[in-house]
Design a binder for this molecule. Structure first.
Ligand code: G1P
Ligand code: ZN
Length: 544
């Protein structure tokens, strides 16, 4: 078999965002586009000769073709072995698990997460390092720099690999092993949670569950774990077959997009617990009967109850949350006497804290929760941890959460997204806030007084690296806050995210509707940032 060196022209837009390179499928279908980026990844790495690369994706449109290209390029680059999920499938947390368990050099994951899939929708590619976590910024910057001057790439001339049959074979000088995408992951979950106890609760009826896989990658994982291993009735997993276009839906587990599950959980005879996961299986939404748990509260409740589960019975080393995530987990950390870290948005910032053993649980407001068991957030893991806690406590989700608020206080919290806004207008809005910032301290708006305004920056306590301009924070004297940032994952124009938070300690005032409770802050955010005038939008596109 021959290795071909193909002459190419660099693209100038291959800058990885919050989570890898995401573009429309049509962009990835341009001649050499995918190949250029894959070569840029390989050129940015050192010392992988003869080592193992894990390859898999969320099954979206272009997944299978991309796997073939990556395998032929990995063989040409000199990898010794590739582990590929059968059918080209690996959820993001499962890929992280496989990289770690098999001591791979790294892995390439094909996904645009919760973004829609299909010929006119999104595709994505990201590299994860040997710890199983997203490539650190230094590495993604190196990839981008290389992509801007790339002149050629190398690819093995070979027939496509049969990725649907388990087993192994050679591709040039590289061994390719097609593995069951679920096995390693399911085995890891059995070490963390009390499967016997969950099974008993499911059998006795104390716990009943529905899981919405949203036609995305977690279907096979959830069926194997919930239905086969834990004995939940067949049909517990809905929308369980991964489809290249996710059934035309938006595979984002929130109240808007996971509507099938929401309807069931709010309907008659609802199960006691509902969960959903996103395109690539790293996000989660959890609900009780007619009760939505915000991701920020979910992190706090999991932390407060972690010792009820075998994997965390010895307690937590620390908790980490992204800056825009509510401070609910901080209060649990304080009560437990453990450290709480505030990082920029994106899972990659948790990697060092997890590797160094400083944090055990991590979470983001964007429906991401996870722990040191892998180096990605993990949707099904969060669902299983909740199920384990429910099986032990035998109380409703609503009772557990409201009791949590009584004890720690409630952080009313919401995120407002303005999507596909004109990029110049969005950048102008952020610049305007930066200009206003120095003069805002002490200004009074209704019940609220501004204490400080800053642009969040973070110094990694492990390696000292600094990330700047991570979101403008308007902090009020009562601990409330509004945060503005632009999304790093959108593929069209700019997405403005406005994060709103207010703390309420008084149990008698903890039962308000969230948007009403945040009403004044919402108005202040709109005024300060001139959202309507600058974006032309009357209201956010998505409220979570
Ligand atoms: C979004 C979320 C962020 C998450 C990322 C990847 O990024 O806000 O928390 O880590 O997706 O799932 P953003 O679009 O805000 O840059
Ligand atoms: Zn995702």
């Amino acid at each position: 078999m021959t290795i071909r060196t193909i002459a190419t022209e660099p693209f100038d837009d291959q800058k990885p965002g919050t989570s890898g390179l995401r573009k429309k499928v049509k962009v990835f279908q341009r001649p050499h586009y995918l190949e250029n980026f894959v070569q840029s990844i390989f050129n940015a790495l050192e010392g992988f000769g003869g080592k193992t690369l894990v390859v898999g994706g969320d099954g979206r449109y272009l997944n299978r073709e991309a796997v073939q290209t990556i395998l032929k390029m990995a063989a040409a680059a000199g990898f010794g072995r590739a582990l590929v999920g059968q059918g080209g499938i690996l959820s993001t947390p499962a890929a992280s698990c496989v990289i770690r368990k098999h001591q791979a050099f790294g892995g390439i994951i094909l996904s645009a997460s919760h973004n829609p899939g299909g010929p006119d929708e999104d595709f994505g590619i990201k590299y994860n390092a040997a710890n199983g976590g997203p490539a650190p910024e230094k590495l993604t910057e190196a990839m981008f720099a290389i992509s801007r001057s790339l002149k050629e790439y190398r690819i093995l001339e070979a027939d496509d690999v049969d990725i649907d049959s388990l087993g192994g074979g050679m591709l040039g000088g590289m061994r390719v092993e097609i593995i069951d995408p679920v096995d390693d992951y399911a085995a890891l979950m059995e070490t963390l949670f009390d499967f016997g106890r969950i099974r008993d609760a499911l059998t006795s009826g104390a716990l009943s569950v529905r899981f919405d896989a949203m036609h995305a990658v977690t279907g096979p994982y959830a069926r194997e774990i919930l239905e086969n291993r834990l004995g939940a009735p067949a049909g517990t997993v809905m929308n369980g077959t991964p489809l290249p276009d996710f059934g035309g839906g938006h595979p984002d587990p929130n109240l808007v997009h996971a509507h099938d599950l929401v309807e069931i959980m709010r309907g008659p005879n609802a199960p006691t617990f509902g969960g959903a996961s996103d395109g690539d299986g790293d996000r989660n939404m959890v609900m009780g009967r007619d009760f939505f748990v915000t991701p920020s509260d979910s992190l706090a409740v999991l932390a407060a109850n972690a010792t009820l589960t075998p994997g965390y019975a010895d307690g937590l080393a620390g908790i980490a949350r992204s800056m825009p995530t509510s401070g609910a987990a901080d209060r649990v950390a304080a009560a437990l006497g453990i450290d709480c870290y505030e990082t920029p948005t994106g899972w990659k910032f948790f990697g060092n804290l997890l590797d160094a053993g400083r944090a055990t649980l991590c979470g983001e407001e964007s429906f991401g929760t996870g722990s040191a068991h892998v180096r990605e957030k993990d949707g099904l893991w969060a669902v299983l941890m909740w199920m384990n806690i429910l099986a032990v406590r035998q109380e409703t989700v609503a009772d557990i959460v409201t009791e949590h608020w009584r004890k720690y206080g409630r952080n009313y919290y919401s995120r407002h997204d303005y999507e596909a806004v004109d990029a110049d207008a969005a950048n102008g809005l952020m610049d305007h806030l930066r200009e206003l910032a120095p003069g805002l301290a002490g200004r009074v708006f209704g019940d609220y007084t501004i204490e400080t305004v800053d642009d969040f920056s973070y110094t990694d306590p492990v390696d000292g690296s600094v990330a700047t301009k991570q979101g403008i924070r308007v902090l009020f004297t009562d601990g409330s806050r509004v945060v503005f940032r632009l999304s790093g994952t959108g593929t069209q124009g700019a997405t403005l995210r406005v994060y709103l938070e207010r703390y309420e300690q008084d149990p008698a005032a903890q039962g308000q509707e969230t948007q009403a409770a945040l009403g004044q802050l919402i108005a202040i955010a709109g005024d300060l940032a001139e959202i309507k005038a600058r974006t032309g939008r009357d209201a956010p596109d998505v409220i979570t």
